[in-house]
Write a protein of this length. Sequence first.
Length: 393
Amino acid sequence: MKEGETEISATLSPPWEPLSALLTCQPLAPTASVRRRVRLQPLPLQSGDILPDLLSADSPVDYDKLWKQFKNEFADFAEENVFASAEMTTILSLLHKYTSSMPAETATHQQNLAAPFDISLYMHLKTTAAIAACLHDNLSDDEIDALWRDDTAPSQRGLFALVKGDISGTQDFLYLLTSSGAARGLRARSFYLQLLTETIARWILRKAELSEINLLFAGGGHFYVLWPYSKTAEYIDEWRQKISATLWQAHRGDLYLNLGLVRITPDDFEENEAGGESQFAQKWSEVTRQMASHKQRKWLELGAENMQDYFFAPQEKGGTKEICDVCHFEGKMVFEKESETGKCERCREFEKLGKELRAPQYMITISRALARFIRFSRRIAKESWIWRATAAI
């Protein structure tokens, strides 16, 4: 069914069904009568407020109130504002805040009244926008109109690319710990891996001149992005080489990014009317299989001229040089008196980060260019407004 088409729907009882919690909609979960649902509210910051519960129907008044809050906050942001590409993140965040608890639809198919509402309006809007961004990049206005009219000309063209990134070596990286400071180190390394995953995904998005709308998922050392095929196929080998070289310098082979790509046509988004796995679901499986074969040839993208230095040249001095009891690399060691454990500066920084993550209030991410500006402004204007502004950042 196309976006925007009308279908015959049954009247719900109750008519305003809350968003269903995804994990309670699986076959092994409780029945529909005890299905847990998400409370209709702006996205809360406290973890206890976001947990699903046994909720009754939402009220149309609740929807109206939440939507008015979104419109008012968006109006404050948009007032006399000339939108730039960087501000798309703010718009996306507002949608995340106000539409994450709304179901994408509020009517069911007549033949399946018990179907759960497990897709949020936020994810529906974000995915639709990602598809639209790819179409805009690949097709003219006339071609987009032809696609909408069900003309077959562009429907089999490879307009999209589903790209998957998978960081391997995460288990060894996470659990390479000693008993002293193990909890802090694990907390910090898990957090670092999440940041690394998101950073790599956003770096490639910037290279492709796309926004975070096209980032479908990032977590657990994996990310999935929907990109225009024309932009991705041409540069993916270059991106692989750049990312691999950077990871080798930072982690000396402990962490590796496997990057895979499959071509997607507009027809691949169609549901499989005969039942079974949809065409798009098959693409998710295909990109995973493609990466499995590439995983057997790690670091190949670095090139023969660099492999000698990376793999066969000495990386450390050896001999009686002290090594870290956690990561086993050489470096400047600090020994703990109680355990007589020697840790390098990087491992100690992980433990320090783990302490700071016990009760964080917020996190701000900035680009490298802004970081350089902050350092520069602190040097030249410590007492000026620039210092006060950057310190606040």
